[in-house]
Ligand binder design. Structure first.
Ligand code: FES
Ligand SMILES: [Fe+2]
Length: 445
């Protein structure tokens, strides 16, 4: 194998912030550390990465009736999603009053007859049309209400109930953007014996003081758990010695599985697909107790047929990454949104879905996994957050400007069905994210 050169050249300062300068920050197997720390790069990410790709914003079950609405973030924009009165179809609008720009809806979700601005009381219907203006005689008679609707987001599309927004009218359609990754959404929804899932309860949220990309670069990294999560591996083994083998709740099972040897992870597949998406094979093993497993299988077989039910239950993917907005665990019906706040501030929001009609244990497991894997008290998450913050601080130290991401570069293989395959120990998924990043960030603004 030929030696991999460590790049010494910094992109020319004279071109700083030109499209080619942004492209130059990614050099195949290295990335410039400024991508984590420069506020100007962050601002451009909001426009070109979050403003021009499909961002997961929520699920149709958050809109159970015509009065429902929910808010979501797309990069640095906040939007309202509600059902258009004429069609009942979900639509997305910027959360900005058409009068003087006040935020109209606050909170994650609600139900109301109208969307009413708290400043001067302008009221919009759930499609964004201006429906009522208090003290109307104070405004010119010829006021054209249709010019003062809430502005619609360019595109909102759904796939199997999951809603994705795109602030740009140009670029690939949702299904082209998802490509093979649509099978990760299938993986979650197909686990329902009625074909329906619903988002349940308020989400879990935590913040960290580092760049949003740290999350995406960590979640398919199978080399770090043996080091960063070593303490929880020891604790999980101690718990198992008390409760007995096979009796661990899912999140503790995950902690124990993190201690498997590197050779095990090398045998797991990693799949990377265009636009920066990826997933790795599962490492946690069985999901349910015996009686639930058999009742659940019967339900699934009645809905899908036996063959498909077997395939659905055998599917084992761990942490699917829908770049740049969401991470996914289909087996435990958990979806996380990664929400950038500033170049060094990020919020992560975890949602749990109920498989409608499935045994209650499937939901209890999902809740337990989401709590153990997403909440701020999770021993695993707290390790990761500390690592992100160390990387954020470390990337501001000294004069070594380039971050290598070449692990496994010699081990990848093209796969016509999925994109590219690598061992799960590879950093191919990071290279894949930055290939998409450079492509989008290098476009004219
Ligand atoms: S800013 Fe909304 S009604 Fe005035
Ligand atoms: Fe981790």
């Amino acid at each position: 194998m030929s030696a991999i050169a460590y790049p010494q050249e910094r992109p020319g300062l004279s071109d700083r912030y030109s499209p080619s300068w942004f492209r130059d920050l990614v050099r195949g197997d290295h990335v410039h550390r400024d991508v984590y720390t420069d506020p100007e790069i962050f601002r451009r990410e909001m426009r070109l990465l979050f403003g021009r790709t499909w961002i997961l914003v929520g699920h149709e079950s958050q809109l159970p009736d015509p009065k429902s609405w929910f808010t979501a973030r797309v990069g640095d924009q906040t939007i309202i999603v509600a059902r258009e009165p004429e069609t009942g179809r979900p639509v997305a609008m910027y959360n900005r009053c058409a009068h003087r720009g006040a935020t109209v809806c606050v909170g994650r979700q609600g139900q109301s007859h109208r969307l009413v601005c708290p400043y001067h009381g302008w009221a919009f219907d759930h499609g964004g049309a201006l429906a009522a203006v208090p003290y109307e005689k104070g405004y010119p008679e010829a006021l054209d209400r249709s010019a003062y609707s809430l502005r619609r987001v360019a595109r909102l599309e759904g796939y199997r109930g999951f809603l994705f927004a795109n602030l740009s009218a140009d670029g690939p359609g949702l299904m082209d953007f998802l490509g093979h990754m649509s099978t990760c959404i299938d993986d979650l929804v197909d686990r329902s014996p009625t074909g329906e899932v619903e988002l349940v309860g308020p989400p879990l949220s935590h913040h960290y003081r580092a760049n949003w990309k740290m999350s995406f670069e960590n979640l398919n990294d199978t080399l770090h758990p043996g080091f960063a999560h070593a303490a929880s591996v020891v604790a999980a083994r101690a718990v198992e010695s008390v409760v007995g083998e096979g009796n661990l709740v899912p999140s503790v099972g995950m902690m124990k599985a993190n201690g498997k040897p590197i050779g095990f992870f090398e045998e797991l597949p990693m799949v990377t697909t265009p636009w920066g998406h990826s997933y790795i094979g599962g490492h946690m093993g069985a999901s349910y107790t015996g009686s639930t497993q058999s009742a659940y299988f019967q339900q699934l077989a009645a809905f899908h047929g036996e063959e498909k039910a077997k395939r659905v239950l055998a599917q084992d993917r761990h942490l699917m990454l829908l770049y740049p907005s969401a991470t996914w665990h289909a087996r435990y019906q958990t979806v996380r949104l990664v929400l950038p706040i500033a170049v060094d501030r990020t919020e992560v929001v975890g949602f749990v879905f109920r498989l409608k009609g499935a045994p209650e244990e499937t939901f209890r497991n999902a809740l337990e996994y989401c709590n153990g894997a997403n909440s701020a008290f999770s021993p695993v998450i707290s390790d990761d957050l500390e690592i992100y913050e160390r990387c954020q601080v470390g990337n501001l130290q000294g004069d070594a400007e380039w971050v290598p991401m070449y692990r496994g570069i010699h081990q990848r293989a093209e796969d016509p069905e999925t994109g590219r395959r690598s061992p799960a120990t590879s950093e191919e998924y990071v290279r894949n994210q930055f290939a998409a990043w450079a492509r989008l960030m290098g476009e004219p603004a």
